[in-house]
Design a protein around this ligand. Structure first.
Ligand code: 13P
Ligand code: SF4
Length: 317
C-alpha cells in the first residue's frame, strides 16, 4: 500500500506538471483505475476526451480508444503507454475489407463499433459503443439498409432489441468475450441460482442468457445486458447478495469499489484481456516522465473518422 501511494502521488504530480488528464478504461489493472482522473466505459471516455480542457490526454486503454481520443481532439497530444495494446475485435476488419463490403451493398449506412481502427472509422457513417448501439441503429431511417460491424454478438443483440430486419452483421468477435460461453453460464447459474446477472453484449453467451429469460428459466428483472458503464450503475443500485458478471474481469474492481456489500462473481474468471493488461503502472509512470507514446492519425483519415464519432456523440446514451 505504501508503494502504491508513492507511485500514485508521482503519477498525479507528473500529470499536473504536464497539464495531462489520465483516463482509464474499466478493464485496466486496479492501480490504474484508482489513480486515473476518470475511469469509465468507452463512450464516457470518448466524451471526456472530446470535452477536456487539458493539453494532453494519457489514455490507459487500448490503441483504438487512444486513437478515438486523438480523432476527437486533434490539437491535443494523446499518449498511449504501450502501442502494442491492440484489440482482437478491432483487428477483425480492415478498411479494405469494409470498402469491399460497402461495394456489395451500395447505399447502405455503415455503423461501426468504436472498437475499430481510425481507417475503418473513416469508411463509416456513424460509430456506436455498447451503451448506445441500439439508439444509433434506431436513429437510421427504416428504409435504409445497415451494415453493422465488426462484432457479431453485439450486432445480434442490437438486431434483437431493435427488431431491425435490413441489417447485415460482420462476423467479428472479441476473443475475451467470445470465450464467455453458454457452458460458463449454465454452470455459474447452477452454482449461484439466486444471483442477479449482468452481461456485456459482446459476450458469446448473450443469446443463450436471453433465451433462458424468454423460456422462464431466468427472471427478467434479475438479468440485464449492459455496457461496462451500465454495469457500474447497476452495481451501485443493486441490493442483491450476489451478482454474476459476464465481461472482462477488470470491471470487478470498479463494481466492488462501488458496492461493498454485494458479492460480484465473474461468469468466467479467466476472461482477462491481455491487451488491456499491457498498460502497467510502470509504463504509465514512464509515459508521464518521458512524454513518449504519442498517437498519430493522418489528418485526412482523422477528419473522415471524426464525422462518424461525432455523429455518435450527438446521440444520447
Ligand atoms: P464498453 O466499456 O464500452 O462496454 O466496451 C467494452 C470493451 O470491450 C472495450 O474494449
Ligand atoms: Fe478488444 Fe476484447 Fe480486449 Fe475489449 S476486451 S479491448 S474488445 S480484445
Amino acid at each position: 500500500a505504501a508503494e502504491y501511494e508513492v507511485w500514485a502521488a508521482e503519477v498525479r504530480r507528473l500529470a499536473d506538471a504536464r497539464g495531462a488528464v489520465v483516463l482509464a478504461h474499466n478493464y485496466q489493472v486496479r492501480e490504474i483505475q484508482d489513480v486515473a482522473h476518470f475511469t469509465g466505459d468507452s463512450l464516457h471516455l470518448s466524451r471526456i476526451a472530446a470535452e477536456t480542457d487539458a493539453r494532453e490526454i494519457v489514455f490507459c486503454g487500448v490503441h483504438f480508444m487512444a486513437e478515438t481520443a486523438k480523432i476527437l481532439s486533434p490539437d491535443k497530444t494523446v499518449l498511449l503507454p504501450d502501442h502494442a495494446a491492440g484489440c482482437s475485435l478491432a483487428d477483425s476488419i480492415t478498411a479494405e475489407q469494409l470498402r469491399e463490403w460497402k461495394a456489395e451493398h451500395p447505399g447502405a449506412v455503415v455503423v461501426s463499433y468504436v472498437n475499430t481502427t481510425a481507417a475503418v472509422k473513416a469508411e463509416t457513417d456513424i460509430c456506436c459503443t455498447s451503451s448506445n448501439a441500439a439508439d444509433v441503429v434506431r436513429s437510421i431511417p427504416e428504409d435504409r439498409e445497415i451494415l453493422f460491424l465488426p462484432d457479431q454478438f453485439l450486432g445480434a443483440h442490437v438486431k434483437r432489441v431493435t427488431g431491425r430486419a435490413n441489417m447485415s452483421i460482420w462476423a467479428g468477435e472479441c476473443h475475451v468475450h467470445a470465450g464467455i460461453s453458454p457452458a460458463d453460464v449454465r454452470s455459474q447459474i447452477a452454482a449461484h441460482p439466486d444471483a442477479e446477472i449482468l452481461v456485456h453484449p459482446e459476450c458469446g453467451c448473450t443469446t443463450s442468457v436471453l433465451d433462458l429469460v424468454s423460456h422462464g428459466d431466468l427472471p427478467a428483472d434479475r438479468t440485464r445486458v449492459l455496457s461496462t458503464g451500465g454495469m457500474a450503475e447497476a452495481a451501485s443500485a443493486t441490493r442483491a447478495p450476489q451478482v454474476l458478471v459476464a465481461t472482462e474481469i477488470g470491471i470487478l474492481h470498479q463494481l466492488r469499489a462501488l458496492n461493498g456489500t454485494t458479492d460480484f462473481i465473474p461468469m468466467n474468471a479467466r476472461a482477462a484481456c491481455r491487451y488491456m493488461k499491457m498498460i502497467t503502472p510502470a509504463k504509465l509512470l514512464n509515459t508521464l516522465r518521458t512524454g513518449e507514446g504519442a498517437i498519430d492519425v493522418a489528418p485526412d483519415v482523422a477528419a473522415r473518422a471524426r464525422r462518424a464519432v461525432e455523429a455518435m456523440i450527438s446521440i444520447g446514451d
